[in-house]
Design a protein around this ligand. Structure first.
Ligand code: GDP
Ligand code: IMO
Ligand code: MG
Length: 429
């Protein structure tokens, strides 16, 4: 069997979590391959809302194994809170969650460093989620990092203190007092105490060699869905650098993030919203800083699942979408949240950009580093509720025209269309 992949084609928050949950019955194993608690994946099951940060979105299916892969970085304390929330909802993650021993640990001081770096950048800040993502991945590549496997060793505290001291030295050079700054409204010492209590709890959790587990499962004919976090436009190589996250969010990241060969990759589900959103700083050519943008935000409840920040909203950007489809080798498109524009009379869609007096249909280095003017095509809205529609053919004609225009431009068909946050509000073609 192959590893199918599901990931975001825009700037994150496309609705990946919902679709993973919907597709989980078709798979044996669901695995996260990158990112960490910067992610917020929302599932709405029978009206009940759940937000997952580190745990894969297949966790509500007790018979399916969920894996936090080696490419993921996790904060034990945040993970322990997530686990406790699941237990309170009657889910027992000890049964179906496994964590890679090679996944890196986010230390409390990684979060302090994140805050210090952002503060120092002032107006040029990335708009990080302040979960310690950048500093933790930095330590991973610089070869100072600590991993889940380390928590089993008797000298773990020693290793922790050594890395913490390293971080404190850097913080001192930024004149950043970790005893003054709070983490999640907590003084550092309290956060650190909770962090160690969580490490203690996780010591008794199933920690595995996930690459062996996954490849063995493949050889036995099991099916696997890899769940991406963030989005392709936040990829460290191909996103709007430096306004990106610190991991490879694209399909390529699945191989290094789970330990599978490229030949094992099967279908690639590319998830996108029928419009665009972005949280944090960085270029966003189709952003609407007007009442239309506000309507998208209000109708779409566009506030961050992890930080609560209002998301920037704008029209669908086809050059960016086509670029993401190319990078990921998308085979199946999944369009989310068209319902948010149910009451729009007209909808704009960006088909190209004007940059330095030239027009282009491609997203390039230049289009990401210069002010660009989007070129729009205006399409009629459908002015119709999508409630209760569960057959693609029964969708409003104007929505099918909107979808058709996207399909024609990017050369792929939309195979799944989501018409609301609930599990059941999903139309498979
Ligand atoms: P993720 O990070 O990609 O998993 O996406 P988020 O969970 O951060 O953001 C998606 C938001 O849109 C969540 O609040 C979902 O409940 C909601 N959502 C998902 N699909 C739909 C949809 O088709 N229509 C509407 N109106 N909301 C949706
Ligand atoms: P999901 O998985 C949207 C953004 C942050 C910031 C930049 C860097 O829910 O789609 P980081 O904390 O990674 O250093 O922040 O990336 N960002 C996200 N935006 N959805 C996410 O995850 C994100 N994870 C990070 O807002 O601009
Ligand atoms: Mg999200």
């Amino acid at each position: 069997m192959k590893v199918d992949v599901l990931l975001g084609l825009q700037w994150g928050d496309e609705g990946k979590g919902k679709i993973v949950d919907v597709l989980t019955p078709q798979y044996d194993i669901i695995a996260r391959f990158q990112g960490g608690p910067n992610a917020g994946h929302t599932l709405q099951i029978e009206g009940d809302k759940h937000v997952l940060h580190t745990i894969p979105s297949g966790i509500f299916h007790p018979e399916k194994i969920n894996i936090i892969g080696n490419g993921v970085i996790a904060d034990p304390y945040i993970l322990s809170l997530e686990l406790a929330k699941l237990v309170a909802k009657g889910v027992n993650p000890r049964v179906n969650l496994r964590i890679s021993k090679r996944a890196h640990l986010i230390l409390p001081t990684h979060r302090m460093l994140d805050a210090a770096y952002e503060q120092a950048m002032g107006a040029a800040k990335i708009g990080s989620t302040l979960k310690g993502i950048g500093p933790c991945y930095t330590d991973k590549t610089a070869r100072y990092g600590l991993r889940f496997g380390d928590i089993l060793a008797s000298d773990f505290t020693e290793k922790y203190n050594k890395l913490k001291q390293r971080h404190l030295n850097i913080l001192a050079s930024y004149n950043f007092d970790h005893h003054v700054q709070l983490i999640d409204k907590m003084p550092f010492d309290e956060y650190e105490k909770n962090w160690f209590a969580a490490v203690e709890e996780l010591r008794t959790f199933p920690l595995i060699d996930s690459e062996l587990y996954i490849n063995k499962a493949l050889a036995e004919g099991k099916s696997i869905l890899a769940e991406g976090a963030q989005g392709s436009m936040l990829d460290v190589d191909f996103g709007s650098y430096p306004y990106v996250t610190s991991s490879n969010t694209i399909t390529a990241g699945v191989c290094s993030g789970l330990g599978i060969p490229p030949s094992a990759v099967g279908k690639v589900y590319g998830v996108f919203k029928a419009y665009c959103t972005r949280v944090g700083s960085g270029p966003f050519p189709t952003e609407l800083e007007d009442t239309t943008g506000e309507r998208l935000r209000d109708n779409g409840k566009e506030f961050g699942s992890t930080t609560g920040r209002p998301r920037r909203c704008g029209w669908l950007d086809l050059p960016a979408l086509r670029y993401a489809i190319m990078l990921n080798g998308v085979t199946d498109l999944v369009m989310m949240k068209a319902d948010v524009m149910n009451d729009f009379n007209t909808i704009d869609i960006c088909t190209g950009y004007e940059v330095n007096g030239q027009t282009t249909q491609d997203l390039t280095y230049e289009t990401l580093s210069n002010p660009v003017k989007p070129i729009y095509k205006t399409l009629p809205g459908w002015n119709h509720s999508l409630e209760g529609v569960n057959d693609y053919d029964l969708l409003p004609e104007k929505l099918k025209e909107y979808t058709g225009f996207i399909e024609e431009t990017v050369g792929l068909s939309v195979n799944i269309l989501s018409s609301g946050p609930g599990r059941e509000e999903t139309i498979q073609r």
